[in-house]
Design a protein around this ligand. Sequence first.
Ligand SMILES: *[C@@H]1O[C@H](CO)[C@@H](O)[C@H](O)[C@H]1NC(C)=O
Ligand SMILES: *[C@@H]1O[C@H](CO)[C@@H](O)[C@H](O)[C@H]1NC(C)=O
Ligand SMILES: *[C@@H]1O[C@H](CO)[C@@H](O)[C@H](O)[C@H]1NC(C)=O
Ligand SMILES: *[C@@H]1O[C@H](CO)[C@@H](O)[C@H](O)[C@H]1NC(C)=O
Length: 424
Amino acid sequence: MDRSHVWTPSDGNGQNGKKTYWSYCVICCILLIYTSSEKIGIFMNSRKLGNYSFKIAADNIGTVRPLEKACHFNKIYQLGDSIADTGNLVRESPFGSGYPFAHLPYGETTFGFPTGRCSDGLLMIDYIALASGLPYLEPSMKEDGNFTAGVNFAVAGSTALPKEVLEAKDITNPISNSSLSVQLDWMSSHFASICHTKEGCRKMLEKSLFFVGEIGGNDYNVPFLEGRSMNELTSLVPEVVQSITNAIKRVIDFGATRIIVPGNFPIGCIPVYLAYFQTNDTAAYDEHHCLKDLNNFAEIHNQLLKASIKKLKKDYPKVVIVYGDYYNAYLSLLSNARSLGFDENSLQKACCGTEPYDCSSGKFCGTPGVKACPRPDKYISWDGVHSTQQAYKYMTAYLLDSIIPQLKCHSSALDARMNNQAVF
Ligand SMILES: *[C@@H]1O[C@H](CO)[C@@H](O)[C@H](O)[C@H]1NC(C)=O
Ligand SMILES: *[C@@H]1O[C@H](CO)[C@@H](O)[C@H](O)[C@H]1NC(C)=O
Ligand SMILES: *[C@@H]1O[C@H](CO)[C@@H](O)[C@H](O)[C@H]1NC(C)=O
Ligand SMILES: *[C@@H]1O[C@H](CO)[C@@H](O)[C@H](O)[C@H]1NC(C)=O
């Protein structure tokens, strides 16, 4: 792969240009759906009904609040990367304010200013908060953050595997060292400061929802975009999944009872990958014009993750662990693009920035002179790597549909365990 056009942060704090700066570019993610009831019979099975109810469910997430109705969570805790970071990277990094994400047009929709979110507006975790009737999760690094309703520990650019493990494989993450185990240590300190005993924490977390991921995408993004081979990448998958599995065990040990574990997106449909790996071999593409090999790779990760969750459920029968199907949530956008109002000619183009969307050409979104398209809601991809608010909203609706029933918030087994805590 041609590594000559690599973008380096302008203040000179960055790496030497050998590693791809794709850093910015980290992928991330979500959930949602509708079960809720009453006026909303149509939300049941909305995925099967396709377009119509799927859209309505999404447009009403904040008013119908299906997660609040179903589960009454009072706190949400998030571990992850740029798919869920609501402002940690831009606070953590010494050149935080130099990141594109710290500049408009990031945040132009809904907020009107950049928040550190890697999108034009809200992320899936924001829609989850809305669906739960809770405020947006504050980033853990916000100094005056209000963490009453939970904490967001996700850091854009972070990996599942620790920096030392990746470095031993000659993979250097140019963006963040705050891998999953680092985020878990922050979480541990946070709990130590607000619930002082194990029992106290368990009690406090009875009505909490945990998101472990999406994480792991960057463990692959960095080496993929450096041109490492598919074989090398595939051999990395079991370790990445193991690190996510260890993280799930740790949050269970903290006292988590409901955990959502998202998988990876179909990376072969993401513009930065499509640009890097474009080929004249039409057989390399599927019916959505996504790169088959890359999607198969994401599926390998997801299958292994699902198998691991299955085993964990056996080992921890009292804990509800649910796989978050970001892969199919994303594909559902492509399949229903027209009825969801996306521009069918731009499904694999970014609203903001120019190809190859790798920060190399100085045309990455959020860098000087780069403008966003006038209608981000017509695009799935915001900056070639991350999705638009509109895409996140629809994916959240799609996810809630399958996740809410699986959360079993009315499960009698859990009710019993929770000793008359009538909440679930
Ligand atoms: C779903 O989409 C199809 C075509 O995209 C359209 O013909 C149909 O009317 C839509 N259904 C609803 C309920 O909107
Ligand atoms: C913090 O957030 C909670 C809701 O999650 C709210 O009730 C409380 O008033 C907030 N505290 C402050 C100091 O803003
Ligand atoms: C990661 O940590 C090393 C030192 O351990 C530091 O030199 C480097 O700048 C850090 N990288 C980032 C992206 O923060
Ligand atoms: C595809 O074919 C065109 C014309 O034959 C050629 O110019 C271009 O370099 C090819 N692209 C790739 C990615 O091989």
